[in-house]
Design a protein around this ligand. Sequence first.
Ligand SMILES: Cc1ncc(COP(=O)(O)O)c(C=O)c1O
Length: 401
Amino acid sequence: MNEPKKNTPDRETGSPVTRAIHGIPHPDPHRALNPPLYQTSTYTFPDMETVDRVLSGEEKGYIYSRGGNPTVSRFEEVVSLLEKGEASRAFASGMGAISATILHLSRGNRTVHLPVTLYSGTRAFARKFLEPWGVPVRWFDPRPEGWLEKLDATLQEGDGCVFLESPTNPTMDILDLRELSALCRAKNVPVVVDNTFATPVLQNPLLLGCDLVIHSATKYLGGHGDLLGGVVTGASGTIDVLRGEEGSFLGATLSPFNAWLLLRGIKTLSLRMEKHTANARAVASFLAGHPKVRQVFYPGIPSHPGYSIARRQMSSPGGMLSFELSDARTARNVCDRLSLVGIGVSLGDPESLIEHPWSMSHRWIGEEERRAIGVSPGFLRMSVGLEAWEDLVLDLDRALG
Ligand SMILES: Cc1ncc(COP(=O)(O)O)c(C=O)c1O
C-alpha cells in the first residue's frame, strides 16, 4: 500500500485553504488523487476472532455503516481539521446533528438555554419535542444591552447547554462567542454553536472557547445544493459518546455518497466563501442605498450593531444578508419580480436564493412571536450566490423598482 506523503497540513498553522484541499492524506493502493467511495452498508470479517477483537474495541474496524464508514470518517476528519477540533461526528442533516447533540447534552432533564433568534427548525425541535417531553428550555433574547449578564443569572452549574448561532438565521445578529463561553465555562455549562452561516473558513468557535460546533453541511460545506448533511465537532471524549449513542441509535447517519460529495465540495470552500462575501458586500451596499429598503442586516456594514464583534471573531462577514421592506405585499412582489435570484428556503449554493420568512420559514410561528424575533412582514433573507455581482444588483434593482 502506498504511504501518504508527509505533507499533511498542520492542524494549528496550516492555512484553511490548504487544509480544505489536502485534508488528511490516506494510503491508497492505486495512488488515486481522490478518496474512494465506500458505498457499503456492512463489513465482513475473516473469522470470529476478528469479530471479537473489533467488537470489543481491541482492534479498529468498521462493523455497520450506521455506526461508521471510511468515506464518512474521512469527511469527519476534514471537518475536525477545519474547525480545529479533536473529533467530529457526521449526520444525515443539520437537524440530525442538532437534535442528537441537544438530546445528548440534555440527558437527565438538564436545562437547555436557547436564544429566541434561532433557525426555525431548531426552534421547532425545542417546541415540539424538548418542551413536551419535559426537558427544561429557557429562552433568552441575545439582542438587548446586558443580555449576557441576564443569561448568567439564569445559568446553573450542571445545565445541559447553551445552544446558539452567530450570525443568527435569519436576523443576522452577532453574538460575542468569547464572552459567552467564558461566562458559561465558569458555570461548567457547555456552549454549542451552529456555525452554518459563517463556515469554518470564516469563524472557529472552538478557538473562541466554545465546546461544540455544528454545521448544516447541506449549505456551504456541500456548496452545490445537491445533498443534505450535518456534522458536530468538539473534544473526542464527547464526540465518541455521541457517535456511539445518539449518533448511532437515532439513525440520522450521513450516507457515504453524501460524505464523498462533501469532501469534493469542501475543496473549494475557501474560494467560494471569498466570492460569496465579495458579492454580499456589493449587494448589501446597493440595498443600503436604495430608497425602498428600510434596513439592511449585514455584519459587514459599520452600522450593523454586531459589526465590531464580527470583525473580532470572524475573518469576514460571509454571504448571508437580510433586509426589510415596508410590508409583506411589497416583499412578496419583489420575490416574484426577481428573475435571476430564485425563491427558496436553503442557502450556501452557487445560485442566489431569497426567502420571505413571513410566508416561508416562519409561516407556522405566531405573528406576535415573529415580530418579537425581528421577522417583520417586509423582512427578506438572501443567500448571495456566486454569480457576477453586477447581475445580482441589476436583478434586485429591477425587482425593487
Ligand atoms: C443555521 C441553520 N442550522 C441548521 C439548519 C438545518 O440543517 P438541515 O436542513 O441540513 O437539517 C439550517 C437549515 O436551513 C440552518 O439554516
